[in-house]
Design a protein around this ligand. Structure first.
Ligand code: NAP
Length: 309
């Protein structure tokens, strides 16, 4: 059966989410979007995709059996939900408001769910513009990295109208282990800022710990194998210590994206009066790694900066 608002809510309340099928579009098939759109197709939704680099859209359609479209407007046409996962604020504005963008294709009643990590301001701006067209906007940044997208275990932090979020939650569960409404539009992005602030200090701490271990002549893998059972344990430690110790950084969450995220958080902090001394420092350390050529290296490459001499 196809998505229909009232039917969808009823089914979701009856916990029969798996029987619900929606017509959806997915815009942006990068490291995150490609597998996320794949989970939607595997869950049985009718998925049509758009990607700026068309080869990726063709490859996706071949792999998952969905349809690819030449423009975002064509992909969005006739859909119940349009998912987006592009790079930054400007990219989001372009795919939504630009020539042959989503707004040229959507109909009243469509819901836009944006998984890009952006400022809270752009989320509010787009929400205001789209409201005039009776299109609801939800900011829904994710955490969990490439592995979370591939394994369908992402965490999704959402901002927007509660009823609208109820309508999309079951569909999002195709690739999310945890999703939650954090408040009005923009609250999802503000929560993601907290996430990135927390990560920045933890990664630098782990990098310094491993750096110290090497200088002290310890076996870093043995060290982590012990301390991971104590209070120092973290997601970064569990998922990154081995590659860090081996000097492998050419994968994962790109430093360019992390600097974009920390820049957004630091801008917001200037406005709300919070003090982010450690975040600002780690942001500068990431600038050093970019200067080493590490723009696309994983964020754990803070260790490479400490060991570069
Ligand atoms: P990515 O691999 O670089 O993919 C970006 C996607 O956006 C590509 O499909 C790209 O198209 C498209 N795009 C960028 N600018 C565009 C524009 N102006 N018009 C149309 N399409 C455009 O990035 P990603 O790693 O998937 O990350 C996507 C978002 O998720 C970012 O906001 C990032 O901060 C966030 N995020 C990433 C991770 C992670 O671990 N990677 C984790 C959590 C959150 P092309 O193929 O043509 O370049």
């Amino acid at each position: 059966m196809l998505f229909n608002c009232s039917l969808f809510v009823k089914l979701a309340k009856n916990k029969q989410e798996t029987e619900v099928m929606a017509n959806v579009a997915f815009i942006g098939l990068g490291v995150m979007g490609y597998p996320m759109a794949g989970h939607l197709a595997k869950a049985g939704h009718q998925v049509q995709v758009y990607n700026r680099t068309q080869a990726k859209a063709r490859a996706w359609a071949e792999e998952y059996g969905g349809k690819w479209r030449a423009t975002a407007a064509e992909a969005a046409a006739g859909c119940d939900i349009v998912f987006i996962c592009v790079g930054n604020d400007d990219d989001l504005r372009q795919v939504v408001l630009g020539e042959q963008g989503i707004t040229e294709g959507v109909s009243p009643g469509t819901i836009l769910v944006d998984h890009t990590t952006t400022s809270a301001d752009v989320a509010r701006e787009l929400s205001r513009i789209l409201k005039c067209r009776q299109v609801d906007f939800i900011d829904a940044p994710v955490s969990g990295g490439q592995a979370g997208a591939v394994n369908g275990t992402l965490t999704v932090m959402m901002g927007g109208n509660a009823e609208t979020i109820d309508k999309v939650t079951a569909v999002i569960s195709a690739y999310a282990r945890c999703s939650r409404r954090m408040g009005e539009v923009g609250a999802g992005q503000l929560t993601k800022m907290v996430n990135q602030i927390c990560i920045a200090g933890v990664v630098q701490g782990l990098a310094e710990g491993l750096h110290f271990a090497r200088k002290a002549g310890l076996d870093g893998e043995a060290v982590v194998d012990v301390i991971r059972h104590g209070a120092a344990q973290s997601w970064q430690m569990e998922n990154r210590y081995q590659t860090m110790w081996q000097g492998e950084f050419d994968f994962g969450f790109a430093i360019d994206w992390m600097r974009k995220d920390l820049g957004i958080a630091l801008d917001e902090a200037r406005r709300n009066g919070s003090t982010l001394a450690l975040t600002a420092l780690v942001d500068q350390f990431y600038a050093d790694v970019q200067a080493m050529g590490g723009n696309r290296w994983d964020t754990s490459s803070l260790l490479a900066r400490l060991e570069k001499n």
